[in-house]
Design a protein around this ligand. Structure first.
Ligand SMILES: Cc1cc2nc3c(=O)[nH]c(=O)nc-3n(C[C@H](O)[C@H](O)[C@H](O)COP(=O)(O)OP(=O)(O)OC[C@H]3O[C@@H](n4cnc5c(N)ncnc54)[C@H](O)[C@@H]3O)c2cc1C
Length: 399
């Protein structure tokens, strides 16, 4: 592992090889840094299900030089502007040529595309970061591998190690931990070609919200979020529980459930973070869920991680001294990402309300407002312009 720290080859350790960590590594390499990603998992490849990316993330991906890769693994989804009731009537319908389609992809496909953009030696698997010590000249990262303990010194550390971030705990020991948002989410992917075509939609029930996005390969990603008072609730058969709750909802929901292998259904309690006072300390910057984990209701968590990575790389691409560059990163990123984080916490309080009056009001107002009003609401999230990134490194082509 390279540990040298010179003026001309500045070094960064990125803790976490999720979507945010890989985006940060790509951005920093573009900015001329030597980067090592330490990923806890023994296998670098993601599993998971699908997700969607809004225009702000696509622009960030373009600035990072991975926009084409993102588009190549994605298909358009209308789920951002097609909203239905459980009986199938439309509260709002996507208007082709007028509404913005989001880009949907499978997490594993996007993760692999980003990995292919980094040299193999840049990403180290089975290396769990356990703590950080800082001095004026750099940061020392302690990590654990199956062979024992190690440490490495770098000019900066990027904590991209997710909602339970060890970097955050080490650098901000007094920051509060993840907060359960009384929401449970199930996710699944239908087998290729079994239910096709699907344009993408969301269906709002009382205390339950279903969504579906088409994926490449004629697969469909679906999710169901429901109110849940306690975390760690287990069901003997998740798919049976889902059918019990929404098995009589409109087509093609029952068919999508039937086309999903039961053992592949994912269940996730939804946590977020309280807003942090700062994302940086001396030579450490937090990014993505480590900094601002949010509920998935605005589908912006990974989008914000992409924005973080772009701004961090832009701030660190010049000759600015490191603490000043990181302070700028914090100043630029915290207000926006925490606004999104707060909105994402607020959203399920209404959209997942089990109160019949709130549900009735929400659906009526949504129907009256229509897609144009919804688009105006999304504009502050989606109309984000990335900073320009100077290019100091060439992309990697792996055969
Ligand atoms: C149900 C659901 C649906 C979602 N849908 C969307 C969506 O449609 N659009 C969207 O933009 N966002 C969505 N999100 C949010 C998105 O999943 C996250 O915001 C995003 O994955 C954050 O990326 P990250 O890299 O910051 O963190 P993570 O994806 O959590 O990655 C962190 C990485 O760090 C590694 N790690 C952890 N600890 C250590 C350690 N100590 N040392 C080394 N490595 C470590 C982990 O193994 C992991 O690989 C959704 C979230 C959920 C829960």
């Amino acid at each position: 592992m390279t540990t040298s720290s010179t003026r001309y080859e500045r070094t960064a350790i990125v803790a976490g090889g999720g979507i945010g960590g890989l985006a940060a590594a790509i951005g920093l390499r573009r900015a001329g840094w030597s980067v090592t990603v330490l990923e806890r998992r023994p296998d670098l490849h993601e599993i998971g299900a699908g997700w969607s990316f809004a225009p702000n993330a696509v622009r960030a991906a373009d600035a990072l030089g991975v926009g084409d890769e993102l588009r190549a693994v994605s298909v358009p989804t209308q789920a951002g502007a097609t909203l239905r009731t459980p009986a199938g009537s439309y509260l709002m319908r996507f208007r082709p040529g007028r509404d913005t389609a989001l880009l949907a992809n499978h997490r594993a496909d996007l993760h692999d595309a980003l990995l292919a953009h980094l040299p193999a030696e840049c990403v180290r698997a089975a290396a769990e970061v356990t703590g950080i010590e800082q001095s004026d000249s750099g940061a020392v990262v302690a990590y654990r591998t199956p062979d024992g303990q190690g440490q490495v010194t770098a000019d900066i550390v990027v904590g991209a190690d997710g909602i339970h971030s060890a970097v955050r705990r080490s650098v901000f020991p007094n920051a509060s931990g993840p907060v359960f948002q009384r929401v449970l989410c199930w996710r699944g992917v239908s087998t290729p070609g079994s239910v096709w075509p699907v344009d993408g939609f969301q269906t709002w029930g009382r205390g339950a919200r279903f969504g579906a996005h088409p994926l490449p390969g004629q697969r469909v990603f679906w999710f169901l979020t429901v109110r849940q008072d306690r975390p760690d609730t287990r069901y003997d058969d998740d798919l049976a529980e889902i059918r019990h709750r929404i098995g009589d909802w409109h087509d093609p929901i029952p068919a999508l459930l039937d086309a999903t292998p039961p053992e592949s259904v994912l269940r996730h309690d939804i946590y977020d973070l309280d807003p942090l006072d700062t994302y940086t300390r001396h030579r450490v910057a937090l990014l993505g869920d480590a900094a601002h984990a949010m509920t998935p209701f605005l589908a912006q968590g990974a989008c914000q991680a992409f924005e973080d990575a772009t701004v961090l790389a832009a701030q660190l691409s010049g000759d600015t001294d490191i603490p000043t560059a990181l302070a700028h990163y914090d100043r630029l990123r915290r207000p926006r990402s925490q606004r999104v984080q707060r909105l994402a916490r607020q959203d399920p309080k209404i959209s997942l309300s089990t109160n019949p009056l709130t549900y009735g009001l929400m659906t009526r107002l949504t129907q009256m407002a229509g897609a144009a009003v919804a688009a105006r609401k999304s504009a502050p999230l989606w109309n984000w312009t990335p900073p320009a990134l100077d290019t100091h490194s060439t992309p990697v082509n792996r055969e």
